[in-house]
Every structure is written in structure tokens, then in C-alpha cells.
Design a protein around this ligand. Structure first.
Ligand code: FES
Length: 114
């Protein structure tokens, strides 16, 4: 059964305390068969797809420098705030997801894959 949320279209990912400042935590959203990475930078949470668009390495296992996510495999860089590619070899950006904290729990609006 999918985790539900009080907000339309949002689903529960986990406790907000799991995502500490400067770290990225991966979540698997089973109903959408999708990995989502949630990061906290300067107190704000960001949610993007967790798999690099180049060769699908998990970005949550890479590096986070400010709002730049760096893939460990071939060094692609993405802007966490927009999903935009900052440096290739990836050409395609990451999908971003709306995220918010409700009652100390992280909720995100994850679009199904088309
Ligand atoms: S898989 Fe991400 S840079 Fe190669």
C-alpha cells in the first residue's frame, strides 16, 4: 500500500530528521518504480530523481557541494534546485519534485513516469 499524505498528490517519504544538513538520502517510491533523492542545503529540502541521466548511477552516493550534486561515476554535475545539467557528459536534466515537511515528516509530489 502506498504511503499517503494529507496533501493532494503528495506522498510520505520519511522523517525529516533523516535528512541532515549537507546530506542526501535516497527513497524508493514503489508505486512509481522510482528512486528519489532528498537533500538538505541551508535548511531547505530538495527532491530530485536519484539516478543520473547518463548511466543511472545513484546520485545520493555521490557528492553534494552547496546545491550541486556530483555523480560519482563520470562526474556529471546537476543543479539540485532546477535539475539542470551543469556539466556533462549527461545531456538530460533531472526531474525535480515538490517537497515539504508536515508534522516532522517529508512529503513529496512524485510524478509517475510517462
Ligand atoms: S552515470 Fe552519472 S556521470 Fe556517469
Amino acid at each position: 500500500m502506498p504511503a499517503t499524505s494529507s496533501r493532494e498528490g503528495f506522498r510520505l517519504l520519511g522523517p525529516a530528521a533523516e535528512v541532515t544538513e549537507g546530506f542526501v538520502v535516497p527513497y524508493y517510491v514503489a508505486e512509481h518504480k522510482r528512486r528519489v533523492a532528498v537533500a538538505r542545503v541551508n535548511g531547505d529540502l530538495y527532491a530530485v530523481d536519484d539516478l543520473c541521466t547518463y548511466e543511472a548511477c545513484p546520485l545520493s552516493a555521490g557528492l553534494l557541494e552547496g546545491t550541486t550534486m556530483i555523480c560519482q561515476c563520470h562526474g556529471c554535475r546537476y543543479d539540485l534546485t532546477t535539475g539542470e545539467v551543469l556539466r556533462g557528459p549527461a545531456m538530460e536534466g533531472l526531474e525535480t519534485h515538490a517537497v515539504e515537511v508536515i508534522d516532522e515528516q517529508i512529503h513529496a509530489r512524485i510524478a509517475p513516469r510517462i
